[in-house]
Design a binder for this molecule. Structure first.
Ligand code: ITT
Length: 202
């Protein structure tokens, strides 16, 4: 297989687009996003795992664009909540909820949980679709602790309540470079980039 001249990022989340563009900045192919196609798909994420949902999104964009397509499904797993919000991370506080609603819900549910039981991790599963039946999966994870209040204004989603032990502060207090260096998405998409770079030039 030869590496493509262009790939498309199969996401409608602009925060993910800017993170993935930075992570793949030195890739020897052009990185397009949903704005490159007329009617970007927004498929229902009906899978019961991150992997199933990543494949649903990547296939939808592959079919809509004819380009190799790279999606991710990601989520926050909190041990004291039995792994929730997990695959339900985007709409944990209900349909139409904001990132702030989700963070408030988590902080409320974890009220009184002692520090040593506040462990959590972000997981990212990226799916690369290169043909109707050709899918390759890349994964990344990062460990942390759920804070007792929001801290910082950078990033998105659960970043203000996720204290990354490797950084010594929350993801919302980290620069984009710091977050991408250790994040679940950084790890998964660097692996995808390494795979794509390893293919023969077209
Ligand atoms: P697409 O499906 O269009 O890619 P989405 O935001 O719906 O965008 P997901 O289905 O993967 O993406 O939902 C993941 C949710 O998990 C996301 O909305 C955030 O709430 C949270 N999340 C994922 N990665 C995160 C990160 O790096 N920092 C903070 N929260 C994150």
């Amino acid at each position: 297989m030869t590496h493509p001249t262009r790939i498309i990022l199969a996401t409608n989340n602009p925060h993910k687009v800017s993170e993935i563009r930075a992570i793949l900045a030195d890739a020897p192919f052009e990185v397009l996003d949903a704005s490159a196609i007329d009617s970007p798909p927004d498929p229902d994420e009906t899978g019961s795992t991150l992997e199933e949902n990543a494949i649903i999104k990547a296939k939808a964009f592959y079919e809509a664009s004819g380009l190799w397509s790279l999606a991710d499904d990601s989520g926050l797993e909190i041990d004291s909540l039995g792994g929730d919000p997990g695959v339900h991370s985007a709409r944990y506080a209900g349909p139409g909820c904001t990132f702030a609603d989700n963070n408030s819900k988590v902080l409320k549910l974890m009220d009184g949980v002692p520090d040593h039981r506040r462990t959590a991790r972000f997981r990212c599963v990226a799916a690369l679709v290169t043909g109707p039946d050709d899918v390759r999966i890349f994964e990344g994870a990062v460990e942390g602790i759920i804070t007792t209040e929001t801290r910082g204004t950078e990033g998105f989603g659960y970043d203000p309540i996720f204290y990354a032990s490797e950084l010594g502060h929350t993801f919302a207090e980290a620069s984009a470079e710091e977050k991408n260096r250790i994040s679940h998405r950084g790890r998964a998409f660097r692996a995808a980039g390494d795979y794509l770079r390893g293919l023969k030039p077209a």
